[in-house]
Ligand binder design. Structure first.
Ligand code: KG4
Ligand code: ZN
Length: 340
C-alpha cells in the first residue's frame, strides 16, 4: 500500500510517500526557520499561511520523485496533533479533502508517535520492546515501547523540555533561532571552564528538570557583562555537557530499571552530536544498543508521519471507513493513544 504522509504541526511542512512493501519512496520538506528567525521564535499565524503555500507543491514534488500519481495513493496519514492549531488545520483539511476526492482512508497520527517510530525507518531497525528517549522542543520523555500504540511513560520533564532549554540558553547567549543547532556549533570551540548544575541527576527517578540550568546560565551571563566569544563558547560547552550528561545517565537508568537492552532516541535534540557520542559510549559499555533516525528525520518531517500511518494501517484488523470530517488536537497526551 502507498501512504502519503503530511506533517504541518509547527514550522515545517513535510510530505512523504511510504510504500509498505518497498519502504520510503520520496520525501520533501520546507522549513520556515528563516521566516520566523527575525521574530526570535515561531509566529503561529505566519506558520499556518506558509503551510498553505507549500503543501500542494510539496505533494506534487514527492509524487513526481516517486514516479507516482494521485491515483496510486492508497491512504493519507497526517499529523492531527499536538501542535499549533492553525498549522495543524492546514495539513488536516488538506489531507481529509484530498482523501475525500480520491475516496481513500485517512489515518490520524500523533506527532510524537511519528518521532518515536522514526528510528525504525533506518536499516536494521530495532525490534520491540525498547526504551525511547524523546527529546524535542516541547518534550523530554523516557518511555517503554512494547509495540505500536503501547507506550508507558517512565519519566518526564518537570519544567522545560531539553530542546526548549537549548533554545532559551541560546537566546541568552545572543544566538539565533532555533538555538539548539547554533548552541551546539558554538560549543565545539568551547572549553571546560565553568561548572553548571546537573539537575535531578541523582533524584532516583527518571524525571528531568532543565529550567534551573537556564537560570544558572543567566547568572553566568550577568556576571560576565562583556561576553566575549570564547566565554560564550565555554558557557555553551558546559551547558551542552550538563544536558547530555543528565540525559545519558537517565537513559541508562531506564534500561536498567526495565531490564531492556535497546534504546532509541528521537526528536530534534537527538541530532546533537555530543548526546550521540555519550549515548554510544554508555550503551556500548553496558552491551546495549542505541538507534537514532538519520539527522534530517530527527526534526519534524513527513516521512515519520507516513511511516507511523503505515505501521498503524498494517496493524489494523479492519480499515475504518472515513467520513472525512476532521478536527485537530493541539493538546494530545501520547498516553491516550491505543494500539490499532
Ligand atoms: O523535534 P523538533 O523538530 O520539534 C518539536 O517537535 O519540538 O525539535 C526541535 C528542537 C528545538 O528546540 C531545537 O533547538 C532542537 O530540537 N535541536 C537541537 C539540535 N537540533 C535541533 N538541540 C540540540 N542540538 C542539536 N543539534
Ligand atoms: Zn517534532
Amino acid at each position: 500500500m502507498l501512504i502519503l504522509g503530511v506533517e504541518s504541526s509547527c514550522d515545517e511542512t513535510g510530505l512523504a510517500l511510504y510504500d509498505t512493501a518497498l519502504g520510503l519512496l520520496s520525501h520533501a520538506l520546507h522549513s520556515q526557520v528563516e521566516m520566523h528567525a527575525e521574530y526570535g521564535g515561531v509566529v503561529p499565524e505566519l506558520a499556518s499561511r506558509d503551510h498553505i503555500r507549500r503543501v500542494l507543491p510539496l505533494t506534487e514534488h514527492v509524487l513526481k520523485e516517486a514516479n507516482k500519481t494521485l491515483q496510486d495513493i492508497d491512504a493519507i496519514a497526517y499529523t492531527q496533533g499536538p501542535g499549533l492549531s492553525g498549522a495543524l488545520l492546514v495539513g488536516t483539511s488538506f489531507a481529509e479533502s484530498l482523501a475525500f476526492s480520491l475516496q481513500i482512508p485517512t489515518i490520524c497520527v500523533h506527532h510524537l508517535e511519528g518521532h518515536l517510530l522514526a528510528p525504525l525507518l533506518e536499516e536494521n531497525p530495532p525490534t520491540f520492546p525498547f526504551v525511547a528517549l524523546l527529546v524535542s522542543g516541547g518534550h523530554s520523555q523516557l518511555m517503554r515501547v512494547d509495540g505500536i500504540g503501547q507506550y508507558t511513560l517512565l519519566g518526564d520533564t518537570l519544567d522545560d523540555a531539553a530542546g526548549e532549554a537549548f533554545d532559551k540558553t541560546a537566546k541568552l547567549l545572543g544566538l539565533g533561532y532555533p538555538g539548539g543547532p547554533a548552541l551546539s556549533k558554538l560549543a565545539q570551540t568551547g572549553k571546560p571552564r565553568f561548572k553548571l548544575p546537573r539537575p535531578l541527576l541523582n533524584s532516583g527517578d527518571l524525571n528531568f528538570s532543565f529550567s534551573g540550568l537556564k537560570t544558572a546560565v543567566l547568572t553566568l551571563v550577568n556576571t560576565h557583562p562583556n561576553l566575549d566569544e570564547q566565554t560564550k563558547a565555554d558557557i555553551a560547552w558546559e551547558f551542552q555537557e550538563a544536558v547530555t550528561e543528565v540525559l545519558t545517565t537517565k537513559c541508562m537508568a531506564a534500561l536498567r530499571e526495565t531490564g531492556l537492552d535497546n534504546l532509541i532516541v528521537s526528536g530534534g535534540v537527538g541530532a546533537n552530536s555530543k548526546l550521540r557520542e555519550k549515548l554510544n559510549a554508555a550503551t556500548k559499555r553496558k552491551h546495549c544498543t542505541v538507534s537514532y533516525p538519520r539527522l534530517e528525520f530527527c526534526t519534524d518531517n513527513g516521512a515519520m508521519i507516513a511511516f507511523a500511518g503505515a505501521m498503524r494501517l498494517k496493524a489494523m484488523q479492519k480499515i475504518e471507513d472515513s467520513d472525512y470530517s476532521f478536527s485537530v488536537k493541539p493538546r494530545w497526551d501520547l498516553g491516550e493513544l491505543k494500539a490499532p
